[in-house]
Write a protein that binds this ligand. Structure first.
Ligand code: NAD
Ligand code: MG
Length: 393
């Protein structure tokens, strides 16, 4: 067992905090090389006291100044402080670390996640938006650099665990017939559709089973999260859209399944706590304690399933549509969703306007082939601008 020197992109977020929780349980295995945070400087300073990273990256020069003062007070002035998007790429590809937890939320995480993939790091990928935007490019970078890619999203981590070891995407050869992606259905699974227009951000954020960042919580309420995950599964497991089926499972105990052509269905179960997939990613192919309590099936008692209602959740259809269209369509989907979610959180648009805005952007913006990072970022910027003008109308 060799020591893993880890860079945590987005250490102050929900995934970042859970990652540090697991790491703290195994100081013999893991050392923190870098922590990054956008604005939560005090939280980052507290993490610095506990984990003593070599470098930290924050969002701006002002944030860096504020952090410098906090670290000086804690006698931690030896920690290097950097700021800005380029510094994120630098720490993610630094020769001083061998593994990277990609846990920045949204498109902002793409350049650094891709930099880690290109540098051949072990990449633990939570930042699904990065893969949705860059699919081919990202997977190519992983293949070319020989990087190990460990999915952290609980569904994909479950699928990874249920597929044959070293699965190469040759579904038929391995007898794999379907990927069954489970979805809780979020807080509005059975709410009267007519009342969805009145939903508030607080109601939408209140997820029944998982405690997560704000953006992914809203994505779960619209089921765009599942849509992004369908695209994520496509790239991670080389699975065509019609091989990926979404199954509503409100208890979130089965994290996803793989169906084989002999009739077997393999599932991964556990309490809904991200420390399980994080621990799996950190220790793979070994298993380590994560702090998650054992699953009590008798207490759970029932596991329910139903088909997703595409009329209730138009975002799910939009995501399948973007995947089937290909090229820049998933980037347009993702960027317009990020703008719509922020506008909803800011009280500028209603809940149902989220899917309408994304659909309008997908109609308006021409789809182009995707070949490099600059091209993807240009599409992302264009889609954001179009989405913003719709928000302002
Ligand atoms: P979060 O909002 O709790 O945290 C986001 C982190 O990203 C923070 O550390 C923040 O400082 C950083 N960040 C935000 N904007 C940034 C920017 N512009 N530049 C640099 N850093 C920035 O989010 P989260 O819930 O931890 O989710 C992180 C990622 O993991 C998302 O892509 C999400 O979809 C994915 N994910 C999360 C969960 C979960 O349970 N929270 C589960 C599966 C996948
Ligand atoms: Mg998930």
């Amino acid at each position: 067992m060799s020591l893993q020197r880890i860079c945590i992109l987005g250490s102050t977020g929900s995934i970042g905090v859970s990652t540090l929780d697991v790491i703290a349980r195994h100081p013999d295995r893991y050392q923190v090389f870098a922590l990054t945070a956008h604005t939560q400087i005090e939280k980052l300073a507290a993490q610095c006291s506990q984990f003593q990273p070599q470098v930290v990256v924050v969002g701006s020069a002002d944030a860096a100044d504020a952090l410098r003062h906090l670290l000086a007070e804690k006698n931690l002035s030896q920690i290097q402080i950097q700021y800005g998007p380029e510094a994120l790429c630098e720490v993610a590809s630094s020769p001083e670390c061998n593994s990277v937890m990609a846990a920045i939320v949204g498109a902002a995480g793409l350049p650094a996640s891709l930099a880690a993939a290109r540098a051949g790091k072990k990449v633990m990928l939570a930042n699904k938006e990065a893969l949705v935007m860059s699919g081919n490019l990202f997977m190519d970078a992983i293949r070319k650099s020989g990087a190990a890619l460990l999915p952290i999203d609980s569904e994909h981590n479950a699928i990874f665990q249920c597929l044959p070891r070293h699965y190469d995407g040759q579904a038929e050869q391995h007898g794999v017939s379907k990927i069954l992606l489970t979805a809780s259905g979020g807080p509005f699974l059975h709410r009267d559709i007519a009342t969805l227009t009145d939903v508030t951000p607080e109601q939408a954020i209140a997820h029944p089973n998982w405690v997560m960042g704000r953006k992914i919580s809203i994505d779960s309420a619209t089921m765009m999260n599942k849509g992004l995950e369908v695209i994520e599964a496509h790239w991670l497991f080389s699975a065509p859209a019609d091989m990926i089926e979404v199954v509503i499972h409100p208890q979130s105990v089965i994290h996803s399944m793989v169906s084989y052509n002999d009739g077997s269905v393999l599932a991964q179960l556990g309490n809904p706590d991200m420390r399980t997939p994080i621990a799996y990613g950190l220790a793979y192919p070994e298993r380590i304690a994560s702090g998650v309590s054992p699953l009590d099936l008798v207490k759970v008692s029932k596991l329910n399933f139903e088909a997703p209602d595409f009329a209730r959740f138009p975002c799910l259809s939009l995501a399948y549509q973007a995947l089937k269209t290909g090229g820049s369509a998933p980037t347009i989907l993702n960027a317009s969703n990020e703008i719509a979610v922020q506008a909803f959180l800011d009280g500028k648009i209603g809940f149902r306007a989220i899917d309408q805005l994304i659909a309008a952007c997908m109609d308006k913006i021409a789809v182009t082939p995707v070949t490099d990072l600059d091209g993807i970022l240009a599409v992302d910027a264009e889609a954001r601008a179009v989405a913003q003008t719709i928000v302002m109308q």
